[in-house]
Design a binder for this molecule. Structure first.
Ligand SMILES: CC(C)(COP(=O)(O)OP(=O)(O)OC[C@H]1O[C@@H](n2cnc3c(N)ncnc32)[C@H](O)[C@@H]1OP(=O)(O)O)[C@@H](O)C(=O)NCCC(=O)NCCS
Length: 216
């Protein structure tokens, strides 16, 4: 193992547990790494991202965009427990996966991912959005996951409109897209009412919005 990572893990029990828990999950067939070679390859890049996730972490509050009632800010490792609680919420868990801590930390170190927190004006977190394809954001961006705990108050709608503003006006993407499950009618409705265009007839599991559609 990378000696820098070894030092980090030996100094932080929580990180160490999270790291090995995830490696064990993979060894037990959680991922798609069936052969020892694939597993060794996986461990190599996982270790690299995990270490970057920890090295890039900060206590700084970085606001990405501000809406009428909510703000989208960058998430930090300190937000990981909150994000996990949101994913495990009984009204969210049928629709979104729950990332183990070790995986989330590695995703903080993966340049393709941007994890954000949705906050009310008073600083209370109400959910999160994860974006993917940040490494090629000018071409297209995926809104990989959105989940909210205070539902039915219009926060989801505002968050999705704000996410579009962030994607097109701040990140300069040309194409924002997302996927959902067939039975997730609630999410499909809200995507339609916020201007996302269905890629297929109902039930629609894929949506997109281009920069041109956004600026109409
Ligand atoms: C999908 C989600 C983000 C929406 O957030 P929200 O804050 O509850 O949504 P809002 O209060 O802004 O409601 C937005 C619209 O959805 C409608 N809506 C709310 N609940 C609904 C339901 N159960 N069925 C159908 N439509 C519903 C509202 O009527 C509203 O439409 P309107 O403004 O035209 O009246 C949230 O419900 C959530 O976290 N769901 C679980 C995780 C999830 O499914 N994520 C998406 C994975 S792809």
């Amino acid at each position: 193992m990378n000696s820098e990572l070894e030092i980090v893990l030996s100094n932080n029990t929580r990180y160490k547990e999270a790291y090995y828990e995830f490696i064990e999950m993979h060894k037990n067939g959680h991922g798609k790494n069936d052969t020892p070679e694939q597993l060794a390859e996986f461990e190599k890049w996982y270790a690299k991202d995990f270490l970057s996730g920890i090295k890039n972490d900060s206590d700084e509050r970085v606001e990405l965009i501000k809406g009428e009632r909510i703000v989208i800010r960058k998430a930090n490792i300190a937000d990981a427990d909150f994000m996990s609680d949101v994913e495990r919420d009984s009204d969210n868990s049928p629709w979104v996966a729950n990332w183990p801590l070790g995986w989330r930390i590695a995703k903080f170190g993966d340049k393709d991912f941007l994890q954000t927190i949705l906050e009310k004006e008073d600083g209370t977190p109400i959910g999160f959005i994860i974006f993917r394809n940040m490494a090629d954001v000018q071409t297209k961006l995926e809104l990989k996951r959105i989940a909210i705990i205070e539902k039915g108050k219009g926060y989801g709608k505002e968050a999705l409109l704000l996410a579009q503003k962030l994607a097109f006006d701040v990140f300069g993407t040309k194409y924002l897209y997302l996927g959902t499950r067939e039975a997730n009618v609630r999410a499909q409705n809200i995507y339609k009412t916020t201007g996302f265009i269905p890629d297929m007839p109902d039930p629609c599991t894929k949506f997109h919005i281009t920069e041109k559609d956004y600026r109409k």
